[in-house]
Design a protein around this ligand. Structure first.
Ligand SMILES: [Zn+2]
Ligand SMILES: [Zn+2]
Length: 170
């Protein structure tokens, strides 16, 4: 939903609180599909003069994506701070400037940019997700396979541990 900033443009310096929600389209982040849903914004805006609007808001959303280990669908809450400056014309010297037309500010771009910054690089369905078998692709959270039988420890130091244990047995 576009934000009507007509009042603010007429009263530079006057601060206006607002609440809004936006719809964001699904996008790809590092080849993973990401969909922010239930994006709610709460904050304030004011005209800084010269038909520019400064806007600050807390953005809260739910990111629907897939587990970095097992690729199952996963949802994580994401919170971000929006601190955006809007102008009627773009400024080549200020690539962070957002533009708007008339009295209506579209909040989708700033919300998406802020939320993407806060999205964790790796998202797991649970902290101890076992992931997929690298050999046969079985989801090891749901079932087991025989590819790595006898090799229970799969942590980064399991090889080292095997080495130490073997030497102790000698
Ligand atoms: Zn997982
Ligand atoms: Zn396997």
């Amino acid at each position: 939903m576009a934000l009507d900033v007509g009042k603010a443009l007429k009263n530079p310096g006057q601060v206006y609180p607002f609440q809004s929600s936006v719809e964001l389209e699904e996008m790809e982040v590092l080849s993973d599909p990401v969909h922010f849903t239930n994006v709610n914004l709460e904050g304030e805006f004011f005209c800084t003069g010269d038909h520019r609007v400064s806007l600050r808001a807390d953005a809260r959303a739910v990111a629907e994506t897939r587990c970095s280990r097992c690729l199952e669908p996963v949802q994580v809450p994401v919170e971000a701070q929006i601190d955006a400056l809007y102008a009627r014309e773009s400024d080549p010297d200020d690539p962070d400037l957002y533009t708007f037309e008339g009295n209506a500010i579209e909040l989708t771009d700033a919300a998406r940019d802020a939320l993407l910054l806060e999205l964790p690089l790796q998202i797991f369905c649970k902290p101890d997700c076992k992931g997929l078998c690298p050999v046969c692709g079985t989801n090891l959270n749901h079932s087991t396979c025989s590819c790595q039988e006898g090799n229970v420890a799969t942590g980064p130091f399991s090889a080292l541990k095997d080495y130490v244990l073997n030497n102790e047995e000698v």
